[in-house]
Design a protein around this ligand. Sequence first.
Ligand code: AP5
Length: 190
Amino acid sequence: MRIVIMGAPGSGKGTQAALIVKELDLDHISTGDLLRAAVAEGSKLGLKAKQVMDRGELVSDDIVLGLLEQRLRSGGDAGFILDGFPRNIAQAKALDTLLERLGQPVEEALQIDVDEEQVVQRIAKRAALEGRSDDTEETVRNRLKVYADQTAPVVDYYAHKGILSRVLGDGSIEEVFQRIRGVLQIQGDS
Ligand code: AP5
C-alpha cells in the first residue's frame, strides 16, 4: 500500500505512521527526518535547511524532492507511508509525476484533524522533553500558519482525486490508531 499521511504540526503524523508501518510492513519516509539527518550530518544542504526549519518555513521544493527521490529509489517494493510530504500543491503535483515514473501512485491520503490549541500543547510538552530546535512557541505558531496557508489546500487536492480519508486526531495515541485501522481496513487485534 502507498499512503500519504497529513495533518498540522503536532497532529500525530509521525506517531501514527510508525504504528501503521509496524502493522502493514511499509517503509516510513518522513521528509522532516530526512532533513534533520542532513542537518545532523552538517552538510551544506543541511545547514541551509536548518535556518529555514528554525523559522518554521518550508525548505525549498527542489531540496526536499531531491532527498525524497533518493530515498524512494533506495526503498523496496513493499509500499510506503509518506509523512510530511507533500506540503504544498507544487509538491503534490511533483510527487504524482515522480511516482508515475516509478509506477507507484499514491493509493490513500490520510488526514489527521486536531484543533490548534491541542497541537500547541503537545509540541510544548515535546519541547520540554526533547528540545527540538523548531519547537519554540514562536516557530510553532509560524509552522501552523505555513500549514494553514500552504499545506491545508493539499487535502482538497487528494479529495478531488477521490482518495482522501479523514480521522479525528484527539484522544489517546491508541484511540487515534484504532480509527486509522478502521479507515485502512487493517484486520486483526493490535
Ligand atoms: P516535520 O518533521 O514534518 O514536522 P511537523 O509537520 O511540524 O510535524 P511534527 O513532527 O511536529 O508533528 P507530527 O504531526 O509528526 O506529530 P508527532 O507524531 O511528532 O517538519 C519539520 C520541518 O521540516 C518543517 O517545518 C519544514 O521546515 C521542514 N520540512 C519537512 N517536510 C518538508 C517538506 N515536504 N517541504 C518543505 N519543508 C519540509 O507528535 C507530536 C507530539 O505529540 C509528540 O511528542 C507525540 O508523542 C505527541 N502525540 C502524538 N499523538 C498524540 C496523542 N494522540 N495524544 C497525546 N500526545 C500525542
